[in-house]
Design a protein around this ligand. Structure first.
Ligand SMILES: *Cc1c(COP(=O)(O)O)cnc(C)c1O
Length: 457
């Protein structure tokens, strides 16, 4: 069999399955049913002794794999903050995967290098960041935040004459880290990885919406790393960037903004005010795979000081061939890396400024509709719905918990739980382009039905 024939047959087979999947995803239970989960046991086998037909491998994947997926590609998945995938981004990814490029260096992929360069410029423009801001294309915001904080840590210490890459952290002058008590778990994780423990980090109280309360900020100085948040993971609230960034800048402190899903507010005329002052921070992290609806594995670290990020990510080797073009690995922890910029480029090129604006506006409008519908069904909405997140509670905590379990069991939509102001809650994230108003109404009715089941009505 020629290599060409194998490729054509297998890619067409995969395309057929993908098409079959995407055209039925809206009718699937949003979380797999018991039979599909039980069938996962079919994957439990010893490593095969001999090769088998690749077509049979794909067939197995579709037969027992597709039914055991979470139907995130449909319109009624509201769990975590997981976006959908816009068709143009998915299709571009297929092509990019066929290219199989290594985006580490220009000499390994001129096209990946070019598209990263273009995306960097477009992102800086769309998000209103300072000219010259550099972007590193990483796997997600967990990594992006770590990179931004590493750049900040190193820059602060460099000003004190300490070279972290060279001298390490043992014996380094202390730096002060300040963040909100409502900071995302990945901030704490990143700080740990960076050698700055939780006990060395000052947690500032947050207000009733989950915004850092600047009244509790200590004196900032040139040894301080401040980590702010655009989009609280429960409420969607935004920290007061203007005030904090101004104080930080005056003091010579470094500000990193975790904007995993919320930084996109800056690309939408209706929500831009939420990010006012954000351009005065030093570094930012944002995901493509949430609000923007690119496929997974798409995070970006942005840093106003190109040299600070490149310095923190320095790697070298006799065989590495840097160029006078963009070499992506200068700005990421990884060396080998898939060409993530491809689908980001395709999406931004396809939507344009106004398309991104209306995508975000529609997610927010659907979140407000969700809140209104649920209020209409006598649920309590506990947050100001400023972006795409809604925090919901029933009459009491036990009813909330049992209703959540019942919603998940019913399979009409999927939402997760969380804790909010010391109360167990249901958390709704409207994050997919596929969600329609009808999806929202139907899901809100599923909430009411689940509560009736729980109440035994
Ligand atoms: C999702 C999220 C993260 C983590 O991003 P990943 O892309 O999952 O690594 C960090 N911060 C916030 C606010 C998030 O919503």
């Amino acid at each position: 069999m020629s290599q060409h024939a194998t490729n054509a047959t297998l890619l067409n087979q995969a395309a057929d399955y993908a098409y079959d999947y995407l055209t039925t995803v809206d009718e699937r239970p949003v979380f797999p049913m018991r039979d599909a989960l039980a069938d996962l046991a079919k994957f439990d086998e010893p490593i095969p002794d001999a090769p088998c037909d690749p077509a049979a491998v794909l067939r197995r994947l579709h037969k027992h794999g597709s039914p055991a997926t979470v139907a995130q590609g449909g319109g009624r998945y509201f769990g975590f903050v997981n976006g959908g995938v816009l068709p143009v981004a998915l299709a571009a990814r297929w092509l990019a995967d066929a290219w199989d490029q290594n985006a580490g260096l220009f000499v390994m992929s001129p096209i990946a290098s070019k598209l990263e360069q273009v995306c960097e410029r477009w992102l800086v423009d769309l998000l209103g960041l300072p000219a010259g801001t550099v972007a590193g294309f990483v796997s997600g915001t967990s990594t992006a935040t770590m990179c931004g904080m590493a750049a900040g840590r190193n820059a602060l210490l460099a000003r004190q004459g300490w070279d972290v890459a060279e001298q390490g952290l043992f014996g380094a002058p202390p730096i002060k880290v300040v963040t909100s008590e409502a900071a995302h778990g990945t901030v704490w994780k990143g700080l740990g990885v960076l050698g700055i423990g939780r006990s060395q980090t000052l947690r500032i109280p947050a207000d009733a919406q989950g915004r850092l309360d600047p009244a509790f900020l200590p004196n900032l100085d040139a040894n301080t790393l401040v980590v702010l948040q655009a989009g609280n993971v429960n409420s969607g609230a935004f920290d007061p960037f203007g005030e904090v960034c101004e104080r930080a800048r005056a003091a010579g402190a470094w500000v990193h903004v975790d904007g995993a899903f919320g930084l996109w507010a800056a690309a939408c005329s209706e929500t831009r005010h939420l990010t006012s002052g954000i351009a005065r921070a030093d570094s930012w992290s944002v995901d493509g795979h949430k609000t923007l609806n690119t496929p997974y594995d798409s995070g970006v670290v942005l840093c106003a000081d190109r040299h600070a990020l490149a310095g923190a990510m320095t790697a070298d080797g006799a065989y590495i061939q840097f160029s006078d073009q963009r070499d992506g690995m200068r700005f990421t922890p990884e060396m080998s890396r898939r060409a993530r910029g491809v689908e980001m480029w395709a999406l931004l090129k396809s939507l344009g400024r106004s398309g991104v604006d209306s995508l975000i506006a529609r997610l927010c409008a659907n979140a407000r509709l969700f809140a209104d519908e649920l209020r209409g069904h006598d649920f309590r909405v506990l947050n100001d719905v400023v972006f795409n997140q809604v925090v919901i509670a029933c009459e009491n905590e036990s009813e909330t918990e049992r209703t959540l379990t019942q919603i998940q069991r019913d399979g009409v939509c999927w939402v997760g739980g969380s804790r909010w102001q010391n109360e167990g809650v249901i958390r709704v994230s409207v994050c997919s382009w596929r969600t329609t108003e009808e999806d929202v109404r139907r899901s809100a009715r599923a909430f009411a039905d689940a509560r009736e089941t729980v109440r035994g009505v």
